[in-house]
Design a protein. Structure first.
Length: 310
């Protein structure tokens, strides 16, 4: 559940923005947006702030108007691969859920201006990161809500990423720990039972076949997951060759209390980050197949944007 407590107070970090940069694009026109939340204001062009210093063991990936917004930790695996964990600091970012041009299907439902299959013009100057969503609807791994409209029926007991109307996020079990009473829910993305609950991996985490059909029927493939820690930070874990237990262990080590598996297999797992809001994005998972600007040029599948808040 989200914890809105104060972040630690550290040394002074002065961050100046002369102007927000425009988003990276391949030149393909942006699709008409369809997301359920409104990007935050970009009123201040120069901001002097106090923020905590870089935490030992974590490497800064993105800096926003108030300091470190995204940092990263790497967890080497015995076979030489790496699980990357990117942490999105809850008081520096909010989120948008985008519906792919093919999946999940909309059934003709009208969607919001920031939910389309590409990063919207309003989001581009604020974009700090983008990552893949969950399984295809055909996998029957859970439901989807976009801009308050249910596209695929939501299921009780399923791990869920829940975004409220302000773009704040939490991860929990639908009908149990989420949504929070009185919460104004805008977007929900469900995918399988929880990978972590109360800081403990699922009982069947070692059974790789319980966590989705893999390309070639092999256990170790590209995988991704999304967790939440006690401070309300979301943590994305990804690797191009991993078992479900590898993701679970990395997320526990990074402080996650609750987590859900996201999509798997090499054609879908991807994470991109920008050094500052709207700056060019770079691919973060070593060897990922999808291009760094996949979210800007548009995609057939759903994805989540991470936006700077001022």
């Amino acid at each position: 559940m989200r914890n809105r407590g104060h972040r630690r107070v550290g040394i002074f970090l002065v961050v100046g923005f002369a102007a927000l940069l425009t988003g990276c694009s391949s030149g393909t026109p942006l699709a008409a947006g369809t997301a359920g939340t409104t990007p935050p204001s970009t009123a201040a062009s120069t901001t002097t702030t106090t923020t905590a210093p870089e935490q030992p063991g974590w490497t800064t990936l993105s800096v926003g108007p108030h300091g470190i917004a995204i940092d990263e930790r790497t967890y080497p695996q015995p076979d030489g691969t790496q699980v990357i964990v990117a942490r999105f600091l809850h008081d520096h970012v909010n989120y948008g859920l985008h519906i792919g041009s093919q999946d999940p299907p909309t059934g003709g439902a009208p969607l919001g201006p920031q939910s389309g299959p590409a990063v919207s013009a309003a989001e581009a100057p604020l974009l700090l990161a983008c990552f893949n969503g969950g399984f295809k609807v055909a996998a029957q791994a859970g439901g989807t809500m976009s801009s308050g409209t249910t596209l695929v029926p939501l299921r009780s007991g399923v791990a869920s990423l829940v975004l409220d109307t302000t773009g704040r996020a939490q991860i929990g079990v639908w009908g149990s720990t989420v949504p929070t009473p009185g919460e104004q829910v805008a977007n929900v993305r469900q995918n399988l039972p929880p990978l972590l609950l109360d800081g403990q991996p699922a009982a069947d985490v070692a059974d790789w076949q319980a966590w989705g059909a893999t390309l070639g029927g092999v256990p170790r493939v590209a995988r991704s997951a999304l967790g939440e820690d006690a401070s309300g930070n979301l943590l994305y874990a990804g690797a191009m060759a991993a078992l479900p237990v590898d993701l679970a262990d990395a997320l526990v080590s990074a402080g996650a209390k609750t987590a859900m598996e996201l999509d798997i297999n090499p054609g879908t797992v991807h994470l991109e980050t920008a050094a500052t809001p709207g700056a060019p994005v770079v691919a973060r998972i070593p060897g990922q197949n999808r291009p760094a600007d996949q979210c800007q040029v548009g995609w057939t599948r759903d994805f989540v944007t991470v936006l700077s808040i001022g």
